[in-house]
Design a binder for this molecule. Structure first.
Ligand code: SF4
Length: 356
């Protein structure tokens, strides 16, 4: 039933989908808002029980607009490596209040050779794992795919920007759509065998000039594969710019043909900064980064000290004060070098932006 509602919700046009989503968020988060209303948000620790713990700093593809691929400093900062099961185990044992973990961000989750242990242990500890930020699902094996189903990995967004292999490979360089589809079919096979709705799968399609005409075919294929279809406008519109805005407007269901039009029409501008409170980002090696865009500096190492200590550090609290507009930018804090901070300087975060 829950899955059916999610599927129906996923198939709605953008404006209806997000109208309902906003109402749902408002109802769900209002008690939290009231709880924190009179508190100083720079001093409170985490709000909720979710974190973002990157499972891999490695990726096998060479997508043209990937920051890690384009900027050697970013590559150096994130580092090449993966989340070790021993670190994961110690971390979740020490932080029993954490119940939701997002594993994906810069790297490819399935390149972590200890992923099976992480999935099984999370299931035993009643922790929900998700990979909503996205995976490419090119390289894995049947055993891992069975674990996803058997141990109820909750949600996976698969980045597939094309309905045919030739188009898919223009952007997902080094990838193979046939392999990805085979892996999806294997997951569906196990979902049937275990009679499970998990993991819920979504097909994320970044709309670009070379793939826009495949939108309707991709939507159809996603439906056949029992996936939620999520067309998305590119964050880097100058790379493979859209050619036919009217077609994109119509076929994407977004009702807009560019990011600018999107911002104007929906006044929706997601800022990763709120993750500092609601799901702090931790790199695969334990460095606390705060948000998924930070590639400049950390706030201590949660594997070496503790999550609590890092969240209560002077530097982390100062960063939160900067985001709330209570303190000036400070050189040693990563946000001062981030493009999103320009937005924050004009419109500092408010309680409702963070909690609701
Ligand atoms: S300003 Fe940049 S680095 Fe700082 S929290 Fe926002 S997105 Fe992250």
């Amino acid at each position: 039933m829950k899955l059916l509602i999610k599927k129906l919700f996923g198939s709605l046009p953008y404006k209806y989908k997000y109208f309902l989503y906003d109402i749902h968020k408002f109802i769900k988060n209002s008690p939290k808002f009231l709880k924190y209303y009179s508190k100083d948000l720079s001093e409170v620790g985490m709000i909720g029980n979710s974190i973002l713990l990157e499972s891999s700093g490695n990726c096998q593809l060479k997508c043209p607009s990937c920051s890690i691929g384009r900027w050697s400093n970013a590559r150096k900062f994130i580092g090449k490596g993966y989340l070790k099961f021993e670190d994961f185990k110690k971390f979740v044992d020490k932080n029993s209040s954490i119940k939701n973990i997002e594993l994906s961000n810069w790297g490819e989750v399935f390149l972590n050779p200890e992923l099976k242990d992480i999935i099984k242990y999370s299931y035993d500890k009643k922790i929900n794992l998700i990979a909503r930020n996205g995976v490419n699902l090119n390289n894995t094996n049947k055993e891992v795919l069975e674990y996803l189903v058997k141990y109820k990995f909750r949600y996976i967004t698969i980045s597939i920007d094309g309905a045919t292999n030739n188009i898919y490979r223009v952007y997902r360089r080094g990838g193979d759509l046939n392999r990805v589809i085979e892996n999806i079919k294997t997951i569906n096979f196990y979902k049937k065998r275990y009679n499970s709705e998990f993991p819920i799968l979504s097909w994320q399609f970044i709309i670009m000039g070379h793939n826009e005409y495949e939108l309707p075919i991709a939507r159809k294929k996603a439906k056949e594969l029992n996936m939620i279809f999520l067309p998305k406008l590119s964050a880097f519109p100058s790379i493979f710019p859209i050619k036919d805005e009217e077609f994109v407007k119509r076929e994407s269901g977004l009702g807009v043909g560019s990011k600018d039009e999107f911002r104007k029409k929906y006044k929706r501008n997601y800022l990763a900064c709120k993750q500092f409170w609601i799901s702090p980002q931790i790199n695969w090696d334990g460095r606390l980064l705060g948000c998924c865009l930070n590639m400049c500096g950390d706030f201590g190492n949660v594997f070496e000290s503790s999550l609590d200590e890092c969240l209560k550090s002077e530097k982390y609290i100062y960063a939160k004060k900067m985001l709330l507009g209570k303190e000036k930018a400070r050189e040693d804090i990563a946000c001062s070098k981030c493009w999103a901070y320009k937005e924050i300087l004009k419109n500092p975060l408010k309680k409702k932006d963070i909690i609701i």
